[in-house]
Design a binder for this molecule. Sequence first.
Ligand code: SER
Length: 325
Amino acid sequence: MAEKKIGNILVTGSVGQIGSELTLALRERYGNDHVLATGRKTKPSEKLLESGPFEFIDVSRKHTIEEVVDKYNINYIVHMAAILSAVGEKNPLLAWDVNMNGLHNVLEVARKREMAGVLIPSSIAVFGPETPRDDTPQETVLKPRTMYGVTKVAGELLSDYYFHRFGLDVRGLRYPGIISSETPPGGGTTDYAVEIFYEAIKNKKYTCFVGEDTRLPMMYMPDCLDATLQLMEADISKLKHHSDFNVTAMSFSAGELAAEIKKHIPEFAVAYEPDFRQAIADSWPMSVDDTVARKEWGWKPKFELAEMTKDMLEKLGQKHKAGQL
Ligand code: SER
């Protein structure tokens, strides 16, 4: 399949945790005017508004995507809009509608216009209780117990279908929990690993919604941005997989994360009060094998627990001092 040049990019979900930073990274790389940021209803940040175009769309209504795609002459879509695992369990029908119909709409709009490609993230949520939890392999059992996971498995399959059946260059990676200091995550199970930093800085105490021994794969935002851009720009002739790359950077338990933060803030106190999200976390891998991503497109993370913790506390500490938290 011949690779087409990426021209104008549409980012859905650009107001979200990953989208907000990915949009800025894409603008730096492809030019501010070539990256259209979109969201459904959340007010975008000044940074997003000032650095390039922004429009409101609803991915579950196809014509709203078509309108902006035609207006801005888009030929590549980075589809970040999704309902995450915890919100998805509170409202499974909404998760199905946004995640499945939204995805199908994006693929159809891209197929009809013969776009250069689409990037659609997947997640560790594709795995389930029957999946091996240590060093979870690339090819393994995909029987998730959350609606979010169900839509991500179906999304991977549908994306690969569009590649094989229609020749649309769709790529995707299974993000682990993403930790960042710019935009808080919204409604996921791995959110505790971000909230804990905000609370450590603001209040020096945190009540964690999963137990101390809960261990999940994680990644710091700079690595998440690198992974996403690297996969987008990888040489297609080297890719044997397309929409389902395992990627990871580190794995730690909630207790180990708290201990690492305590090295910087000794008085930091953590209590554990697991809620419904514990069962979701227990159905996901503790660590992930990402050898295939390393082999096919050279994936290699930079941040481990210690460096990530130091950087998060510095960044949030500065924001706190400036009265921005
Ligand atoms: N961070 C996501 C969630 O917890 C996983 O992809 O739902």
